[in-house]
Design a protein around this ligand. Sequence first.
Ligand SMILES: [Zn+2]
Length: 154
Amino acid sequence: MHESQENNLLQGEQWRNAPMQKQRGLPRALALLWRGVCLRCPRCGARSLFRTWFAMYERCAVCGLRFEREQGYFLGAMYINYGVTVVLALLGSFALEYWTQPSLTHQLLVLWVGFCTVFPVLFFRHSRGLWLGFDFIFDPEMAEEPPHTRTLGR
Ligand SMILES: [Zn+2]
């Protein structure tokens, strides 16, 4: 383990004292989902999920939480991304269909095909953050696991 990583993990011990760790129920769930939307680590709240637009870090640099817990873990994020895209496209197309002229049908079709192509790319990171937060809500043991019991991967 590099010295800088070790220092980060030592600082990461403070995550247990973070106010969010003491919350329970709905406020905790909402806080976890909000952290996901903001691309923050669900356990410590550090902004440490993504290295580039599409590439995630393996672990949180502050608390050491492993993000991809197993192969195919982020399949749930794809469901979230797909679901949000479909709901927004349906609601938006019904709304525009209601308020625009029938002659614009082809233009609307182009608009929504474009939306369904671009939006999932833009929402990709947030869907993964949301999935992490969502998983954290229902797997509190993962949240309570102290970071020093795991070994750091490279
Ligand atoms: Zn963290």
